[in-house]
Design a protein around this ligand. Structure first.
Ligand SMILES: Nc1ncnc2c1ncn2[C@@H]1O[C@H](COP(=O)(O)OP(=O)(O)OP(=O)(O)O)[C@@H](O)[C@H]1O
Ligand SMILES: [Mg+2]
Length: 244
């Protein structure tokens, strides 16, 4: 069974002037243990698609299923539990809690679930070590670099071992060495814990850890990129990537 299944998903935004077809009829499924890399130019609908998959946005048409269950049929409480326990969302910007040490930022989902502070800190510290931040546990966000904040946010998303990881440009603020470490961590988690990973990215390195590469353009998915077998150095797919 697919962990995530998206069927004919549509999300349009409208204002007085025009209609933006942010997501325009997407079909997609991601299996346990699979890493899907999703490329696409700025404004092509990548973040919107992840927010829909997380149930943080409501689609105009179509369905999102997690382990076969339609998010649209979940109660508010079930949806909140899905978002907290099953989804690890790595946002495009870190959104850490100001004044709170890195280790407690990373532990927040465990704390919400009632895990004892000392245990939650220990688990979160382990995840911070996996993103190379074992020496920054008690730094508050204002004492972390942008890349360090991004890595705390990654640890926070993974801390309770979600089955679905939705990562919105997780390597966007990292140098290529740290970026590659994060990509390997995500693919390792997919293999070890049978998590499904959707990796939105502009990072050419991501293609090498992904099992599948798709392109999003104007809210629509394109076929898998040819000539870019996983793990085989082949350069960046020619998708008009906007480098930020
Ligand atoms: N809340 C909103 N209201 C109106 N339009 C929106 C809203 N959010 C996104 N859009 C529009 O929807 C389209 C898709 O946006 P989205 O953020 O999904 O793109 P993206 O692929 O993540 O881009 P980027 O690579 O820059 O992060 C864009 O044209 C954007 O301007
Ligand atoms: Mg985006």
């Amino acid at each position: 069974m697919s962990v995530l299944q998206i069927e004919r998903l549509v999300k349009h935004y409208s204002d007085a002037e025009d209609l933006v077809r942010a997501v325009d009829g997407v079909d997609l499924s991601v299996q346990a243990g699979e890493v899907l890399a999703l490329y696409g130019p700025s404004g092509s609908g990548k973040t919107t698609l992840l927010l829909l998959a997380a149930g943080l946005l409501i689609a105009d048409h179509g369905r999102v299923r997690f382990m076969g269950r339609d998010l649209g049929e979940m109660s508010a409480g079930e949806l909140a539990a899905y978002q907290r326990s099953e989804v690890g969302f790595i946002y495009q910007s870190a959104h850490l809690i100001g004044g709170v040490p890195a280790v407690e930022n990373a532990a927040v989902k465990l704390l919400v679930d009632g895990v004892k502070l000392s245990v939650a800190r220990e688990v979160a510290a382990g995840w911070l070590a996996r993103v190379g931040l074992e020496h920054r546990l008690d730094h508050t966000p204002d004492r972390l670099s942008g890349g360090e904040r991004a890595r705390v946010a990654i640890a926070r998303a993974l801390v309770n071992e979600p089955r679905l990881i939705l990562a919105d440009e997780p390597t966007g603020s990292l140098d290529s060495h740290r970026g590659l470490e994060v990509l390997h961590l995500l693919s390792q988690i997919a293999r070890e814990r049978e998590a499904a990973v959707v990796l939105v990215t502009h990072d050419p390195q991501a293609a090498h850890v992904a099992d599948r590469v798709l392109a999003l353009r104007d809210g629509m998915l394109a076929e898998p990129v040819q000539g870019l077998a996983p793990g085989v150095p082949g350069g960046v797919p020619s998708l008009g990537l906007s480098q930020e």
